[in-house]
Design a protein around this ligand. Structure first.
Ligand SMILES: [Zn+2]
Length: 288
């Protein structure tokens, strides 16, 4: 998970280019939900703006960083995600989903959820369907009392999940780090450690073989380029782009480059392990 720049004026302009009435309709619908005190409508219009968020995120899932189909065929494989659920919020943790993890209560459920944010652009992101419809669903763990109205400052909730668009929230890379393909909390203890652990467990960031393998492939490619650089003494031009936001699994790639710079021998070992893992469908994710 990485942070992406978010310029609300540019986002609104891109939406208006798609549908010049969308922003007005969104304001009208929000006003109605606030008056009702709940989210209620027969047909939704948020999917219309999905391509704007896909592009903003370089066609990468906001949570797991895998790259999906973009362009005109892309919207089929994406969900427009409400970061804070627009209606019913379930209590978390869920004993069925997380039977092996002991967390204290991280937020009671709410029947009405965050109805005033159903059409708030700062509550949207584009995610893969696995992250949204399997892992996130209608959960939104919080460390303190859940906000119940538009007048409440959302920062008072101590949200456990991190919103990576713009600077409303912490930088996700201040919460999560990677050891090869495995996500780990950046901090060893305290609130930041808890937040990192929740994010990793919540989205199953270390439970998904497909994601581990995609990260390993990136490390294999990056390691080959770094070796080439070190052996030739000249830097392949593509190396300068490896940490950029459009790179799939950029947080993992950036962590590996840091490891390469800090501890070459360990990084080489990890590089070889990632390459071997990529060709063995029965292998477990590589570890240092
Ligand atoms: Zn995802």
């Amino acid at each position: 998970m990485i942070r992406y720049p978010f310029d609300i004026a540019k986002v609104e302009a891109a939406i208006t280019a798609l549908d010049e009435k969308w922003l007005r309709k969104a304001r009208q619908r929000t006003a109605r939900f606030v008056a009702l005190g709940r989210y209620e409508e027969t047909s939704a219009i948020w999917s219309k703006v999905k391509p704007v968020f896909m592009k903003l995120q370089h066609d990468k899932c906001i949570f797991c960083e895998q790259r999906l189909e973009g362009g005109p065929y892309g919207p089929l494989v994406w969900d427009l995600e409400h970061f804070r659920p627009k209606s019913n919020v379930a209590a978390w943790p869920n004993a069925t989903r997380h039977p092996d993890i002991a967390y204290n209560d991280l937020g009671a459920g709410s029947e009405t959820g965050y109805f005033w944010l159903a059409y708030d652009l700062r509550n949207y992101a584009a995610s893969c369907k696995v992250c949204n419809t399997i892992f996130k669903l209608n959960w939104f763990p919080v460390g303190k009392a859940r906000a119940t109205a538009a007048t409440i400052d959302l920062s008072t909730e101590d949200a456990m999940l991190c919103y990576p668009l713009g600077d409303l929230d912490e930088d996700p890379e201040d919460l999560l780090n990677f050891v090869l393909t495995t996500a780990v909390p950046k901090h060893q203890a305290g609130d930041h450690n808890l937040r990192g652990r929740v994010i990793i467990d919540f989205f199953g960031l270390n439970k998904r073989d497909h994601i581990h393998r995609a990260r390993a492939q990136m490390i294999g490619s990056v390691g080959t380029l770094l070796l080439e650089r070190d052996q030739s003494g000249s830097s392949p031009q593509i190396l300068t782009r490896l940490g950029e936001p459009h790179i799939p699994h950029a947080a993992c790639v950036r962590a590996f480059i840091r490891l390469w710079d800090d501890d070459r021998q360990t990084a080489l070992k990890g590089y070889e392990a990632c390459r071997a893992y990529g060709f063995d469908p029965t292998a477990a994710p590589p570890r240092l």
